[in-house]
Design a protein around this ligand. Sequence first.
Ligand code: AMP
Ligand code: ZN
Length: 115
Amino acid sequence: MSHDPNCIFCKIVAGQIPAKKAYEDQDLLAFHDIHPWAPVHVLIIPKLHIATHAELGPEHAALAGKMMLLGPQLMRELGVTGGFRTVINTGPDGGQEVYHLHMHVMGGPRPWLKG
Ligand code: AMP
Ligand code: ZN
């Protein structure tokens, strides 16, 4: 399924739910987390509905590479200079709450709320 009408992040991609966007191209969207743990906390998602990191296959290699490259670029653009943390939660034991693949990228001066 490339789009899940019940998925909150697919709704953000479709513009049905507002988000504070940090980046967008044909493949990816990045937006600020609604409950940030750190002064800067963005989520990078593929526009394609992929439920979890465990469902990424070789056909997604270029997409996954783009996601990986976007984190540092966004941190630079958002003025993060002291380093950042990148997290992907996968499945129930991984603490995943939203089942649309997303990469958390968090930075800014500590202390942080979590992490
Ligand atoms: P995870 O536990 O990795 O699935 O994290 C899901 C993240 O999505 C949490 O950090 C939430 O705060 C964030 N989140 C959920 N709904 C929204 C939304 N509508 N806009 C921005 N961030 C959201
Ligand atoms: Zn989705």
